[in-house]
Design a protein. Sequence first.
Length: 261
Amino acid sequence: MTTQNNTPVSDEVLSGPAERISTNEASSIKASAPSETTETQTPMTLKERFRKFLPVVVDVETAGFNSQTDALLEIACIPILLNEQGVFYPGEALNAHIEPFEGANLEPSALAFTGIDPNNPMRKAIAEDEKVALRRIFKGLKEVRKAEECRQCVLIGHNAHFDLSFLNAAVLRTNSKSHNPFHQFSVFDTVTLAALAFGQTVLARACKAAGLDFDGNDAHSALYDTQKTAELFCHILNHYPMLPNALRVQEPNETLTDSNN
């Protein structure tokens, strides 16, 4: 089980499961942590940090903007985890190249933008049926969700509702509603977070502002964009702690429901 706390981060954070955190970033996190605490706080687990939601970064590459008619061509998902030192880090990626569903529209301008050729023999050799791909990824995410004792996944994306719309359409198209671990409409959007943290809304520019590498030649690959979005999300969370009043303990007689979201 993973935990989060507000104590200074030790140099040990550079080893172990959060090895993706760079030396500079770990030093920055350590420097920004409070040197003294007036009271001892119980470490926060991942499930407590997000109300039993497992944050999962998702990116899709498509053959257009219409989720109902245009093909879903690639999808990648990376769960966000929390180590014992309280540092967020990207988990293992789950991704797929997907065969266009029968009758799907393939908008030439969209294909030119992403550089994806659905008829490329090498791509066709590894592309999966949409239903098979989604259910494989969903199964993997459910295993992580159970390990973290979370009740549901929440989608993180850069312009997240675009990714969610294509995901929801594919779920309906493949009759995979009972397999889908994601909340149907709630998202965390890194566009908003990057605007708050850096005054940037474009993924490449936000990554640059955060001191993260970004190669434009690799962009518009679902896996690469998901990796960069995950790094950005973790960077922001690791450098911008929760406000003190957000750490209050829920009173025993206080009842919170999803209608209070």
